[in-house]
Design a protein around this ligand. Sequence first.
Ligand SMILES: Cc1cc2nc3c(=O)[nH]c(=O)nc-3n(C[C@H](O)[C@H](O)[C@H](O)COP(=O)(O)O)c2cc1C
Length: 377
Amino acid sequence: MRLRRRRGLVCYWHGGNFVVHPHPGGDPLTMHPVAAEILSAFEEWTDPLEAAEELGHLSGESLSGAVDQLHENGLLLAEGSAEAESDERFDRQWGTWAPEASFFHYATQDVKYPDTEQPANIVSGGESDSPFVLFTGYPEADRILLPRPRCPELATPYDEVLYARRTRRDHTEEPVPLEVLSALLATVFAPVDYIDCGRCALFRRTSPAGGARQELDAYVAIRNVTGVRPGTYHYNLREHSLELLSEGFTPEDATHFCADQEWARGAAFLVVLSAVVDRLLSKYPTPRSYRVMLLDAGHLGQTFALTATALGLGPAQTGAFHDSVVAERLGLDNIGSTPLYVLAAGYPAPEQTEAPPMAEVETFRRTDLGGVAVESS
Ligand SMILES: Cc1cc2nc3c(=O)[nH]c(=O)nc-3n(C[C@H](O)[C@H](O)[C@H](O)COP(=O)(O)O)c2cc1C
């Protein structure tokens, strides 16, 4: 029987132990590091006797026992087995996303909710819930206290806003009034109310957030807002102010932030969502919670896009950005505070040259629409 090393496999050290972690669907296994050497001899379908020749310096008997054990544990797969077939399917489907993305996805599947005594919709302040700082602030920074104007545009009917939202990559040079930026920041990021979680106060926003921990801070890189000098700022949501972090922000800076995407140069401002890891980790020690952080960023992104649209702005967002450039410019250590998502807005240009053309009959002809063909009579 020929064997091959499972493709879905990640090895690492954890707490001083060497761990081999198969995925999808496998448990992490603590092993002697020699397991890695044995596994590497099974890159392609290999007879264990052939592998023994390659691993001649290891004693034959213990090697054969180790190979059996690696097979039993699903780290070596038998040619033609159902496990091998499923591993090949995994390899094809996840392609270049493996191992980084596939490992995170599968290694965090099927995790029990941390506190099984509590229904999932209750925010608990259990023993593991260590203290954390509710608000990020830069007390020494220069600041602009923001106005709180009434914005009648926010009363635009929901369906009008929903269907008007589009990603806008062409912006005019018309400056965004400070009142508009202020209304956007307050609506998306400021506290709506405060709750008692048993241990401390937490706040809620207009977007849902895992455990109401609000681990995502908003940093604003301003280029074209009336009455505000270009620069990078932190939105202090407790005070409703902009705290100055660094002066100056050019179209080139905006483009460079956004992984050199040209459209970003025209945005009046960018908003960087940056995660304070400890705020979420201190309540949810399971690594699955990192997913929650990403989901939280998505919720805020959608609220940002809808609110910006209601205010007459053209929103955009990008998952592609230069993380370390952004972190450095904002003074984030990129360890405890790390950027996750970049949002942008400005007044939309009447002609959206960056927008894709609408699909036509010819487009659908080239498209595999799936489903069952309907026979015309
Ligand atoms: C998470 C996320 C990341 C995105 N990243 C980029 C990006 O890097 N560059 C870009 O031009 N558009 C980006 N977009 C915009 C999408 O391309 C856009 O939403 C999509 O084409 C659908 O168009 P719509 O937003 O007008 O509905 C991103 C959107 C989302 C939700």
